[in-house]
Design a protein. Structure first.
Length: 216
């Protein structure tokens, strides 16, 4: 069961009754995604050429939508792989206001793309969504950027362990970057134990910190 939320910047999000968690910051779904995943993660990486992104938790598809639009705008290739264990249905997705909030078109192309296949969304954006848990996901390539967007460690502690970040480190290229909204101590320690050098950065809005971690 998912409920709609309107966040403080006017962009929508969802609330999962199953996990008692919202999908984005209540201070602004769009501002959070732009600040952490796009501006801290993807944008600097695109300066060096084509980028392969791995996202933990496709969810509403907002991060993927913003990544696609940046790839088109900069005319740089992005190969985007995302895992999702509990997909949002196309009907639910069609009610999200992300086209209006961004002034961009085509949001539903991401939700209508077939699961388990690599789909060309635009000349600069390829999408591969997999219905699987992160724990069961078997990677077949290495990634430059990781969007680590799991529900909060209080709701899903099993997704924020040293063991999980060791798995994530194994699919990240050396020098590759993981970005995430949580800056909790247990997250920093688990990332370091997994093989990342952890940096704290200013968060969006009133959020003090977010993390950027570099694969050693
Ligand atoms: C914070 S939300 C992701 C928000 C998303 N990135 C977006 O832009 O809307 C976390 C997502 O992780 C998914 N999830 C929960 N447990 C999972 C697991 N073990 N493996 C993969 N996905 C999982 C949830 O269904 C949810 O869609």
């Amino acid at each position: 069961m998912k409920r709609f939320i309107i966040t403080e910047d006017g962009s929508h999000s969802l609330f999962s009754a199953q996990f008692n968690q919202q999908y984005h910051s209540l201070q602004g779904a769009l501002s959070e995604s732009e600040h952490i995943y796009i501006n801290l993660g993807l944008r600097p990486a695109l300066e060096n050429g084509p980028v392969s992104v791995f996202e933990m938790g496709f969810g509403t598809g907002l991060n993927a939508f913003l990544a696609w639009k940046l790839a088109d705008q900069l005319q740089k290739q992005v190969f985007y792989t995302s895992v999702e264990a509990y997909p949002v249905s196309p009907l639910e997705a069609s009610q999200l206001n992300y086209e209006e909030a961004t002034g961009e078109k085509g949001f539903m192309q991401l939700h209508n793309a077939e699961w388990g296949k690599e789909v060309t969304i635009s000349p600069f954006f390829n999408l591969r969504k997999q219905i699987t848990t992160l724990q069961d996901f078997t990677p077949d390539r290495f990634f430059d950027i990781i969007f680590y967007d799991a529900f909060d460690p209080r709701a899903q502690p099993e997704l924020w362990t040293a063991e999980i970040f060791t798995k994530i480190a194994a699919l990240t290229k050396p020098g590759g970057v993981l970005v995430t909204y949580s800056s909790k101590g247990i997250v920093k320690r688990a990332l370091a134990a997994g093989g990342f050098k952890v940096e704290r950065h200013k968060g969006p809005g009133r959020k003090t910190h977010v993390l950027k971690a570099i694969k050693l």
